[in-house]
Design a binder for this molecule. Structure first.
Ligand code: AHG
Ligand code: MN
Ligand code: MN
Length: 334
């Protein structure tokens, strides 16, 4: 018999500890979970249901969209627009704020998401994910404008990601630690399998796309060079390297066994401060990483303290094991 705590049970029990909780947030999270199960199913079926490959379209960031980018975006919208918990949504794949259709009631939360993270990996059957972040609407029950979404990451009510890997997992924080759930397809439920996830403070594993090396700034050049020097260099130990090109997979690895992940500021394109998006990627992941005892920074400032300038703003990201991120931040201060 199955006896594990299901996600539904977990969030209802969490809600009992919050004075004045109405169940609204719990219900919203339930809809997010349904969207994620639907996405997991589509990603898993893949070529069997004709969802692989690219479209002719580009998103607002000028990236070619995969079929699944658009399909998963639609799934997030359809499962979350109708229930009356949200005053608006914003996504990496939509130019502007998505208004809740008039036929549905408005709610007190905002949601932002990256419906399919690591989508360059879908056609080659490597892990992808979904990232989401829930904020409070400044004015409840009123259609949200762009400015309402421009809240610093410290204001997030909840952040989570789903990882569609060898198993499907959902990892969540509401500001009281980080918990991981694994989808049991036989019963259609996420079950608590990774309670109280903590990032080890030390690591010997780093992740960075080294093809950008010539564009990196001096502190990152120095850090990576010293890692590569290994036991004969100033760090006095050998390092291992990984690059999945799915941020969700990298963060999950770091939550599981430690590590440092960097998509740092570089000089590749002067119009972009980094590659990753503050609202859809950097903020939710930073919230999770900090709640698991890690650190997250641009190299110059804590990501969660930044006030976003616009929906699709990009930022440099350096996150992971506390002591290792501290080393990189020290080089930035010099
Ligand atoms: P997305 O698929 O949502 O556009 O995000 C991809 C992101 C991130 O997940 C990953 O770490 C990074 O871009 C990979 O970038 P490179 O292809 O430059 O390595
Ligand atoms: Mn992404
Ligand atoms: Mn994406």
């Amino acid at each position: 018999m199955h006896t594990g705590t299901t996600l539904t049970q977990f969030i209802i029990e969490e809600q009992r500890h919050i004075a004045g909780a109405t169940g609204d947030f719990t219900a919203l999270l339930n809809d997010v979970v349904t969207a994620i199960k639907t996405i997991s199913n589509a990603v898993n079926k893949g070529a069997l249901i004709g969802v692989m490959g690219a479209l002719e379209t580009e998103n607002v960031q000028g990236e070619t969209q995969k079929k699944l980018d658009v399909i998963t975006n639609e799934m997030m919208i359809r499962h979350n627009e109708w229930a009356g918990h949200l005053a608006g949504m914003a996504s990496e794949e939509m130019d502007e704020v998505y208004p809740i259709p008039n036929k549905y009631p408005l709610g007190k939360y905002l949601m932002v998401f990256d419906p399919l993270d690591g989508s360059s990996n879908v056609d080659i059957n490597i892990s992808v994910g979904t990232i989401f972040s829930i904020l409070r609407a400044p004015v409840p029950n009123r259609a949200a404008a762009e400015v309402d979404f421009l809240q610093p990451g410290v204001k997030q009510v909840c952040a989570g990601y789903a990882l569609y890997g060898s198993s499907t997992m959902l990892v969540l924080t509401t500001g009281h630690g980080v918990n991981g759930f694994t989808l049991d397809r036989d019963i259609g439920e996420f079950v608590l399998t990774h309670p109280g996830m903590k990032i080890p403070a030390d690591t010997k594993e780093f992740a960075i796309n080294a093809s950008n090396q010539r564009f990196w700034e001096a502190p990152v050049q120095r850090y990576v060079a010293e890692c590569l020097e290994g036991s004969t260099g100033p760090r006095g130990r050998d390092f291992n390297m990984r690059w999945v090109a799915s941020m969700v997979a990298e963060v999950h690895r770091i939550l599981t066994r430690g590590g440092i992940f960097m998509y740092p500021r570089d000089t590749k394109d002067a119009s972009k401060a980094g590659k990753l998006r503050l609202l859809y990627e950097a903020n939710p992941m930073s919230f999770i990483v900090e709640q698991a005892g890690g650190l997250s920074s641009t190299g110059y400032e804590r990501i969660l303290d930044m006030t976003p300038e616009n929906l699709h703003q990009r930022v440099p990201v350096i996150l992971g094991s506390r002591n290792e991120v501290e080393v990189v931040l020290g080089y930035h201060r010099n």
